[in-house]
Design a protein. Sequence first.
Length: 138
Amino acid sequence: MQRQMTPHDNPIFEAYAGMLNWLAVFLHDIRFGVRHLAKSPGLTSIAVLSLALGIMATTAIYSVIHAVVLDPFPYKDVDNLMSVKVWDPGQRGYRLGYSTDQFLEIAERNTIFEGVIASTISDVLSIESGEPQRLRGN
């Protein structure tokens, strides 16, 4: 004679019963926490302010990291920017830095780029339009 299966023998029923038990315990814990926070409003306000301050600090830090590390260039189509290297036979290799005359020659001979710009870390003086003008570097 075969034994009759009950709903408790079904593994799916046991899984749902476990989840419902977990949900009941979780809701009980939430009610318990809310009751205790309502009993002490000073502690509640300190906890809420601490949480808000932590969220603000985290948001600020990640905003700075995003702006400086992940997306540092304020240019359109950053993937299309190129860095021009100059061959220096005396140093047996390429170098990234070049003189103003070399930059002007690169800009004059340019046939493949939409435009050419120069960048420097230090400040420079431009005397292009008569009056010297200080240009800030990166």
